[in-house]
Design a protein around this ligand. Sequence first.
Ligand SMILES: [Fe+2]
Length: 330
Amino acid sequence: MSQAQMTEADFDTAPIDEGIGAIIEARGRGLDDLAPEHVGTLLRRHGVLLFRGFTKDTEGFVAFSDRLTEDFSNYRGGGLRFAMLDREAVGGHSTVLTTTGHTQSFGIPLHGEMYYMKHPPQLLWFYAEVPPVAGGQTTLGDGAALFRALKPETQAWFRENDIKYVRNLVEGDWQATFMTDDLEEARAFAAQNDLTMTHDPQTGTVGAEFRCSALRQHGGETLFINNVLFIYLGEMAFRSGWASKNLPGLRSADCPMVVRAGDGGEIPRAVMEDVRQTSDRMTRKIPWEQGDIVLIDNHRILHGRAETDGGKRSILVRLGGPAFPLPKAA
Ligand SMILES: [Fe+2]
């Protein structure tokens, strides 16, 4: 029997939401019954998996994700390490983090995790410690389907133009971002990650730029997977005054990261409007239940968050590389 047949026979699957992912139900099995090869086969097929009924507690999630992940990320270089947006480590595990802005109710549009860095992690884990009652679902979107759904002129713009993520990190923010007070250490980290870094000794502000395509190639398909829309809407929130009103504790009145065309100009408004509308249309939702574990192939599938009602919600996150074969996006 092939690996794929064994997997199919072992676990009935239903999509997580229309046209995306697979729900794997425990049906009397435990997380220890899931071999990395099984999980790898399922993830390569579906792109995102929801494990339901396997555990009720965080330690179960931690042990399972430990077994399937190598090189956990501590979110060094992360784009949102400011004020109330920062992630926090939980339960004494430096790699088990709260989600971005977990004390906030705003929605987050579809994005790939850490695409403003050279090596976005391949695996993104979520665990529903306390699922939201109404709203606040984690969202999903397929990078290949998203690209196909964009207007031809939008596709052409992203094929013909690079983008760049431009950071402006005031004193305090660069230390939080690079997780060091040592400027030389920050420089070394930036160099390793192809970030072009500058430092203004007068103000103490650090600039960092990363230039890349908004598109990736994976399994013969073109994917729209990046942080373009999230950062664009973030900049709008700063410009409109929403950020200063709703995010106390910010060290700067300006958005700490913006996204631009490769030549430094703004991305055309019509392009961004199509990205926004198409992303909205292609957004799917995870119907969280307590104890659910979601494993996302961050090289294929985008994620985000629906606006919450402000009620209690605790979704934990881990980032890292797979302890099983998984094709990378190029
Ligand atoms: Fe994210």
